[in-house]
Design a protein around this ligand. Structure first.
Ligand code: URA
Ligand code: SF4
Length: 205
């Protein structure tokens, strides 16, 4: 699985957990393989399972709108999920399913090598920051290795709770600011002229 293409092919025929028994299509993910931003949702829903593509139902429409707010569209980013096959009736993915599928997400992160990983929802968040709760940390970037984790609510949450849409919009608008800061930071590193910005600077976001 040393290319995204090979990974997608492996996911398409994967039988490493029980979700393979009930899926229509697995959903490896899609988008720019060289994007600075990787969005990670929870798992395919009904529409995604039917089409084999991530975020193509109502949550996907909202995600598209949120991307549009910051002048981006789908081909500018990569969109993946914690589990690649739909849990029946949209139940939560089970620990053993998340574990079996982990290798694919790990490899996607390695291959795409994003600067920022945007976690959408709780399952995606705890994959990286297991101690955190979304209501506390959404919209606050965290350094994770040499990348940032940027936690957001899941778009589906805003479809059920209208007031969260505003929160999602506010958080999304912080994303270009974070990328700009990271850019400045790497320029500073190249010049070795000054210390890179300290994490506290990110509290400006
Ligand atoms: N919800 C998710 O978490 N992922 C999708 O791909 C679609 C809906
Ligand atoms: Fe394989 Fe992941 Fe699908 Fe399970 S969810 S069958 S591990 S691709």
């Amino acid at each position: 699985m040393d290319t995204i293409k090979a990974l997608e092919q492996a996911v398409a025929v994967c039988t490493d957990c029980r979700l393979c028994e009930t899926r229509t299509f697995s959903v490896p993910g899609e988008g720019s393989e060289t994007s600075d931003i990787l969005f990670i949702g929870e798992g395919p829903g009904f529409h995604e399972d039917q089409q084999g593509r991530p975020f193509v139902g109502p949550s996907g429409k909202l995600l598209d709108d949120l991307l549009g707010l910051i002048g981006l569209s789908r081909p500018d980013v990569y969109i993946a999920n914690v589990v690649k096959c739909r849990p029946p009736n949209n139940r939560d993915p089970l620990p053993e399913e998340i574990k079996a599928c982990r290798k694919y997400l790990d490899q996607q992160i390695r291959l795409i090598d994003p600067k920022v990983i945007v976690t959408l929802g709780r399952f995606s968040l705890i994959r990286f920051l297991p101690q955190e709760t979304i209501s506390k940390v959404h919209g606050q970037p965290r350094l994770w290795g040499h990348r940032y984790i940027f936690p957001m609510y899941h778009p589906a949450a805003a479809l059920h709770q209208g007031n969260l849409r505003h929160v999602l919009e506010e958080d999304m608008r912080k994303l270009p600011v974070l990328l700009q800061l990271i850019q400045t930071e790497s320029l500073a590193e190249e010049n070795v002229a000054e210390e890179p910005p300290q994490p506290e600077q990110l509290t400006m976001l």
